[in-house]
Design a protein around this ligand. Sequence first.
Ligand SMILES: Nc1ncnc2c1ncn2[C@@H]1O[C@H](COP(=O)(O)OP(=O)(O)OP(=O)(O)O)[C@@H](O)[C@H]1O
Length: 261
Amino acid sequence: MPTDTLPNPEKNPAQSAGELIRLDQVTKRFGQNTVLDHLDFTVDAGKHVTLIGPSGSGKTTILRLLMTLLKPDEGTITVDGQKLFPASDKEVREVRKKIGMVFQQFNLFPNMTVLRNITEAPVTVLGLSKDEAVERAKGLLDMVGLAEKCDAHPAQLSGGQQQRVAIARALAMRPQVLLLDEVTSALDPELVAGVLDVLRDIARSTDITMLCVTHEMNFARDISDQVLMFDSGRIIESGPPEKIFSEPEHERTREFLGAVL
Ligand SMILES: Nc1ncnc2c1ncn2[C@@H]1O[C@H](COP(=O)(O)OP(=O)(O)OP(=O)(O)O)[C@@H](O)[C@H]1O
């Protein structure tokens, strides 16, 4: 893998150690529905944390709060020392630059080539020259195994290839944190492994912090430093994957893993 195109400690000095994400007593309601209930957790820089739990337990809501797509009703969220709410527009923009997200539906720009999908934000948001952005994008496309697809449009790619472009696009911003929201759920089964292999490679060979919602338990076991088990908007159990998957303490965790493994 061409590591010069990826985040590393020299290029992200703030990420060398310590706490990067903190949620303190975060509550989110949709009407009468309390989706997150006084939630506390922290993620240290460089760690890979996976959120598991039944459908509707609030996992995606956490990623959307971190992306500032939603606002908490109570509590505070801090990323790299900056509170997200309240924060000025400028502060939010600065924090957003540190966070990349890959969605279930790839959300590529359909009218742009693969290369342009990846270079657009580094040029317009980070102010890179076109040449710098193209060099970075080509390195990333090489890393996700799509070097020959620069000039293709998203519709000409398989879902798995589109998702690998979306991963490259997120990394092109050199984020400190990568949020992954069920990134293989919309894929045909035969395309899942290719995307997960790319993510395993990124987890292994970069220092990027990952927060991952997935139903792929083998993948979670492989990449996670910590697994958080959610139920009804609370973390009911957390720990290293070998503990959560092999010796879960909570009955709900055992039930959930029994259903998905
Ligand atoms: N914009 C919204 N308006 C109203 N309710 C919402 C909204 N977004 C999420 N919810 C509700 O919040 C709850 C938690 O949703 P969330 O997507 O965070 O769960 P999840 O654990 O990620 O589930 P899944 O694994 O199915 O994606 C669900 O009951 C969902 O219906």
